[in-house]
Design a binder for this molecule. Sequence first.
Ligand code: PHB
Length: 386
Amino acid sequence: MKRILIGIACLLAAMLPAKADTPLKIGLIAPFSGPFADYGKQMDAGIKAYLHQHGETVAGRRIEVIARDTTGPSPEIAKRLAQELVVRDKVDFLAGFGLTPEALAVADIATQAKKPMIVMNAAASAVTAKSPYAVRFSMTLPQVVAPLAVWAARNGIRKVFTLVSDYAPGIDAETAFKKALSEAGGDVVDSIRVPLRNPEFAPYIQRVKDARPQAVFVFVPAGEQGIAFMKGFQERGLAAAGIQVIATGDLTDDHMLDAMGEVAAGTITSAHYSAAHESPENKAFLAAYGEADGTAGRANFMAVAAYDGMSAICQVAETLHGRIDGDEAIAILRRLKFTSPRGPIAIDPETRDIVQTIYIRRVEAVGGHYFNVEFDKFTDVGDPGR
Ligand code: PHB
């Protein structure tokens, strides 16, 4: 009897239009303080840019973003925040996730609660495998790294030392680089993994110098670590010794480039987004980003992933007329395809991971500021790491 009554209640609820006075709630989980505080700020500013451009309601519902600070990297806190957002705040979507360990910790909650988990950065391949409700709008490390290794080999860079952060994204980057470089005829001569928290780069950089490779491939999480690495690289005279840096775009994060200054000039990286990307969509995004917030500094790849993730959420809300069901939302998200400020993007229906263009870029001064200037590209790249 109870089941029948519940069934009738559900049926009646489904027939009613979504209540206009019930906000569409998005729980944004990211670090907003601590060493990775910029991740949360960039995502928040990317979301604000989208709302500034498209308005703060969708399918008749006001959009409410509930931001929660993990202070991370802190998987335990991320998990607790996700539980609270689901149970107490009754969010329709979970979003954010700057760091892979935090995304992995929330995946089980998303599965149990059937809440779509909109990944706006976390980039180890395993993230989308951990929950059928995870959909990624950022990148994966293998997706960004494999094209760089191919580009390096094509350009005569065949003996490479790898230096990565010692956690899932770094290990994915190292593995993908080794595989792609050896398939392209090159060789990784040695590899180092450095701590995720406060790495002291000097001794590692000296080891790279002593090994005399043609290049060092680097992945460190975006932010202050990029500045520390580039300074150490310069101080120890690696460039003078003929050793080149090639890296994922995390090293030359747009948000940090001007602070890095001259030492970054000429660095070759691969990535899915550069603030210098030339397209009408990027121009509109950057304008909205500046107008909506103005305090977050130059937009980087996390701001763009958040902007696109917000677009995806609104596309789902519109298709479902404001009434969000987790499984129906995932069915729509799996088939999404649209033009991002970074270029064309699509979600792979099998893996729920993003398929996009990966650009090869060089740091150059443009109009008195440093930018990652795109000069080569690999189109329709999926995640080779799955
Ligand atoms: C991650 O933890 O997945 C991560 C963090 C920072 C990055 C890239 C990936 O720049």
